[in-house]
Design a protein around this ligand. Structure first.
Ligand SMILES: C[S@@+](CC[C@H](N)C(=O)[O-])C[C@H]1O[C@@H](n2cnc3c(N)ncnc32)[C@H](O)[C@@H]1O
Length: 264
């Protein structure tokens, strides 16, 4: 596992350098005060005023700082040291108090000893995690009784598609237990960028996500599926309504995103 995590850490360090200048992440708009959060999670999480919020896999902290701007006492955690360094810089520059911790999610117990009202994670997270039972145990560990976990994530159905080529089914829906290895050029935020990197990832079905949380005794308060992505992050997406994107030329819309709210 160590090799997988080290490779992915260097992948995300490289991506951070590209992402901070990308149109996709619109850092200048964010600096001017625009939230990076999307309607799905803003509605799903609700009012965060004075709530303590732990953001897992926060990348370079835009969403964490957006929650802080909305009133949360926010802590972001990420594997990439470059991403965490940039998150610290943004917090200082914009004078938005927040705490950031560089850590592999699975090692967080060594670095953080506190309970939170909300544990949050979103868009492009669980594919980097081999073990959702350990993930769910960590979520429960960091929740206060009565607190909740919220995830908005890309739907495992779209993860099956070979969207860089013919949109055929190229990947499994269910977790095979094995890590997938690929060498990828560019990033979803800038497909032309001059980076090539190896990555390791895993597939997780919806039942795997939900049952991992249930096994920890969390109550699933809501589970939703969305027929669009709020991010234009896959090739050849069409904007079907303002800020809503779909991929592929299918007669019926694919599920693009799901969300779960689970209460402790
Ligand atoms: C696509 S980003 C998700 C964040 C958010 N949606 C965004 O776009 O800013 C995925 C993040 O997961 C982090 N990550 C990957 N594997 C991790 C691990 N084992 N522990 C903690 N963070 C990890 C990466 O460093 C990266 O910043």
């Amino acid at each position: 596992m160590d090799h997988y995590f080290k490779t992915n850490q260097s992948l995300w360090d490289q991506k951070t350098e590209v992402h901070k200048h990308s149109e996709f992440y619109a850092l200048e708009d964010f600096k001017k005060g625009q939230t990076s959060l999307k309607e799905i999670e803003l509605e799903g999480v609700g009012d965060v005023t004075d709530k303590s919020l732990l953001h897992l896999q926060c990348h370079f902290g835009q969403d964490t700082l957006s929650w802080a701007r909305a009133g949360a006492k926010a802590t972001g955690v990420d594997l990439s040291s470059k991403a965490i360094q940039l998150a610290h810089e943004l917090s200082d520059e914009l004078d938005i108090p927040a705490r950031f911790i560089q850590s592999n999610l699975y090692d967080l117990y060594d670095k953080l000893d506190e309970k939170f009202d909300i544990v949050f994670t979103s868009y492009g997270t669980i594919v980097w995690l081999p073990d959702l039972d350990k993930w769910a145990a960590l979520i429960k560990h960091y929740l206060k009784p009565g607190g909740f976990f919220y995830i908005a994530e890309f739907h495992p159905v779209i993860n099956m598609l070979d969207y860089d080529h013919d949109m055929g089914i190229a990947y499994p829906y269910f977790n095979t237990g094995a890590a997938f290895e690929e060498t990828v050029q560019g990033t979803y935020a800038d497909r032309e960028s001059d980076i090539t990197h190896k990555e390791y990832f895993w597939f997780h079905s919806l039942s795997e996500v939900i049952m991992a949380l249930r096994k920890q005794g969390l109550h699933i308060e809501s589970f939703q599926e969305f027929d669009y992505s709020p991010y234009n992050c896959f090739p050849n997406m069409k904007e079907v309504a303002p800020g809503k994107y779909r991929m592929g030329d299918f007669k019926y819309a694919l599920p693009h995103v799901f969300s779960v709210k689970a209460v402790f």
